[in-house]
Design a binder for this molecule. Structure first.
Ligand code: NAD
Length: 480
């Protein structure tokens, strides 16, 4: 059985404690590799390596750092197929999705920040008759990057790339549920000429090695993407140490569909925004609000389309709906279907496990699910499910749609379908979310601020926001 290793100080190493955790393949339900069960001793080793590397990396010219990161991006691109297969196997996502979204976007993340840093500048503020302020932006030092399992390399690289570009040394931890592509990244970094100790990748459990990263005094900032409860714990732990924190957390995103929308475009995009990656994208829309005039038409057309969706083994190139990430997660999602029924909902389609033929008969599959008849404020409509389950609810006015859309504790993303320009601007303005997509979904421009409000997070990633987060501003005033 393959044993993954940590990547510390430019070399792959076994965890100091010598113990490992099982890594399951969601498509088959079988253990297929072992993950280091790292602890605070591995973190200490990584921090020492990063401290040694920091003067070298932070003093390199921006162009030199940029070139290394461009090479890293190209290194992933060259091994595209290896990364695609690994991501699909580790996560259960269709290879087509890993090939079109996850890995190409990871390549773009490194390329984008490798070049963005060469355009990054700081401010100066002129005071008439007095003098001038200028702001220096220096790397923070050693930073921690902790990422989730749903878009493994995509979200891992989304943090690491700006952190490195800004001149920091990184202690990174991928999810223990999907460690494989992060494991492969060490080799690519080495081939790209990244100095030893600049990027350290540790594997293991959140409450063990993750916690040790968050608590380590010499790690000065934490960029975290994951669940809201974990984010809350991280904030409680890191805040008394005055660490810089960026938190990208859960969501319960609304889709608001007005009768005047382009129905065909809306319908096919809503299938994607509901069920891409088995509904396990923080940006998926899980509460669909439909203007009453087209509610029945939408319901019939949507359910028909969902009924035709095929759940299949994710290695099949034609697969569009693969396995959920783990057995506990599948069980959690199914438990929400039961809750929805208890709360008075009607399952229009799905709601059940799927058993494929051997060797996929123990994989974690479920039918895409549509539920109607629930109150907007019931638990099913308020809590994050993070699976292939959506609810549909009619509305009678713009005010009512907004009230229901904004009613959760979350505020990550709102999708809006309408042909009325004024209404589009008005609703976007009032949506309580960090991101609004109008007549579209998951269109990403890496320069834009990315993140959520309310319990969906603190701070923003993307573009200059990320480079600002990973640098410490210092204002200097000089008198005339
Ligand atoms: P999670 O919070 O369980 O884990 C995320 C990461 O944190 C993992 O690497 C985990 O090992 C680590 N971790 C767990 N406990 C920790 C602790 N005590 N100290 C330090 N690290 C710890 O989340 P998950 O189940 O992996 O991911 C799903 C969640 O992520 C969903 O809530 C989803 O909405 C959210 N998410 C948010 C975004 C966003 O951009 N806002 C993007 C993707 C996923």
């Amino acid at each position: 059985m393959e044993k993954l290793q940590n990547f510390i100080d430019g070399v792959y190493r076994a965890p100091i404690g010598g113990t490992y955790i099982d890594n399951f393949e969601p498509a088959t339900g079988q253990v297929y590799s072992l993950i280091p069960d790292s602890d605070e001793r591995d973190v200490e080793l990584a921090v020492e390596a990063a401290e040694k590397a920091f003067p070298i990396w932070s003093k390199m010219t921006t162009e030199e750092r940029s070139k290394i990161l461009v090479r890293l991006s190209e290194g992933i691109e060259r091994r595209m197929d290896e990364f695609v297969q690994a991501e699909s196997r580790d996560n259960g996502k269709p290879v087509s999705l890993a090939a079109h979204v996850d890995i190409p976007r990871s390549v773009s993340n490194f390329h984008f920040f490798a070049t963005a840093i060469t355009h990054f500048s700081s401010e100066s503020h002129y005071m008439e008759g007095e003098g001038i302020n200028y702001t220096l932006r220096k790397p923070i030092g050693i930073v921690g990057c902790i990422s989730p399992w749903n878009l493994p390399l995509y979200l891992f690289s989304w943090k690491i790339a700006p952190a490195l570009a800004a001149g920091n040394c990184v202690i990174a931890k991928p999810s223990e549920v999907t460690p494989y592509t992060a494991y492969l990244l060490g080799k690519v970094a080495e081939e790209a000429g990244m100095p030893a100790g600049v990027l350290n990748i540790l594997h293991g459990l959140g409450h063990k090695v993750g916690d040790a990263i968050v608590k380590h005094k010499r790690i000065k900032a934490i960029s975290f993407t994951g669940g809201t409860k974990t984010g809350e714990y991280l904030a409680r732990t890191a805040a008394p140490m005055f660490k810089k924190l960026s938190l990208e957390l859960g969501g319960k995103n609304p889709v608001i569909i007005f009768a005047d929308c382009d129905f065909a475009d809306m319908l096919s995009t809503t299938i994607r925004s509901s069920f891409s990656n088995q509904g396990q994208i923080c940006l998926c829309g899980s509460r669909i609000f439909i203007e009453r005039a087209i509610y029945d038409k939408f319901k019939k057309a949507f359910v028909e389309k969902v009924d035709r969706m095929v759940v299949s083994n994710p290695t099949d190139p034609n697969s569009r709906m693969g396995a959920l990430v783990s057995l506990p997660h599948l069980e959690k999602v199914l438990s929400y279907v039961e809750l929805a029924k208890e709360e008075g909902g009607t399952v229009l389609t799905g709601g059940v496990k799927v058993q494929l033929e051997a060797p996929y008969n123990e994989g974690y599959y479920m039918r895409p699910t549509v539920i109607e008849g629930l109150a907007f404020d019931c638990r099913t409509n308020q809590e994050e499910i993070f699976g292939p389950v959506v609810t549909i609810t009619p509305f009678d006015s713009e005010e009512e749609a907004l009230m229901m859309a904004n009613s959760t504790e979350y505020g990550l993303q709102t999708t809006l379908w309408t042909s009325d320009l004024k209404r589009a601007h008005r609703v976007a303005d009032q949506a309580q979310s960090g991101i609004v997509w109008i007549n579209s979904w998951m269109v990403r421009d890496l320069r834009t601020p990315f993140g959520g409000m309310k319990s969906s997070g603190v701070g923003r990633e993307g573009g200059l926001e990320a480079l600002r987060f990973f640098t410490e501003p210092k204002n200097v005033f000089i008198k005339y």
